[in-house]
Design a protein around this ligand. Sequence first.
Ligand SMILES: Nc1ncnc2c1ncn2[C@@H]1O[C@H](COP(=O)(O)OP(=O)(O)OP(=O)(O)O)[C@@H](O)[C@H]1O
Length: 251
Amino acid sequence: MSLIRVDDVSFGYTADRRILDGVSLDIAAGDTIGLVGESGSGKTTLLRLLLGLERPNAGSISFDGAPLDPGNGPFMRQFRRQAQVVFQDPYSSLDPRQRVFSIIAEPLRSLRIASDHAVAVASALAAVGLDPDTAKRYPHQFSGGQRQRIAIARAIVAKPRLLLADEAVSALDLTTRIRIVELLAELSKDMSLLFVSHDIGVVAALCQRIVILEHGRIVEQGETANVLAAPQHSYTQRLLASVPRLTLKET
Ligand SMILES: Nc1ncnc2c1ncn2[C@@H]1O[C@H](COP(=O)(O)OP(=O)(O)OP(=O)(O)O)[C@@H](O)[C@H]1O
């Protein structure tokens, strides 16, 4: 069964401009999906709809078979526990005034999860390959790659079933990017992953399926290897021709 199902969704921030147009997408347990498109194609907007931060103007989104209704508080609390997000910029996404422990434990507090927070934070730090001592320090004491690991630890501390990553490696240098992609690949064994990126090379290394968005419409989707080997749509062909390739082996 679908974890998230997007059914013929259209959306505009204003009435006069449609950003997403008839988008349908299924994310099942265990899926790793790369959502690719040029800047402005609507990737982040789709992610905002998936998070319940915006409502579709037409069509529907469901999670675990139930409508994703931002107005339904108890449902959204359950949903937020199960779907977490990592953003692009590890410098602005972590509160500089809080210690790392408090940052990572934030979803446990806000979702009122009554686990042992110290144990959960230690386990999340271990999962992202950071030393337990990290918890006592502040974000400014870490590099961009380490900060992104902290942001990922926060996203996985409540053991979500779906991780949404919005250009989560784009701000990192090449070597760090490869490490974080490897980390996400490891974590995706235990959760579904929707990885938003303009970088087809990273998606090729990480995602089993690829979805291509052009001007708010899905123009092509399928197994990444098949789509990349024989892109059917002219937009995908253009994207492939213009984006430099990156594979995990290029270290
Ligand atoms: N809050 C907003 N109000 C009005 N228009 C918006 C808003 N956010 C985004 N847009 C517009 O929606 C369109 C799609 O933006 P979106 O951020 O979803 O694209 P994207 O594919 O994620 O781009 P990028 O790769 O540059 O992040 C753009 O034209 C953008 O200007």
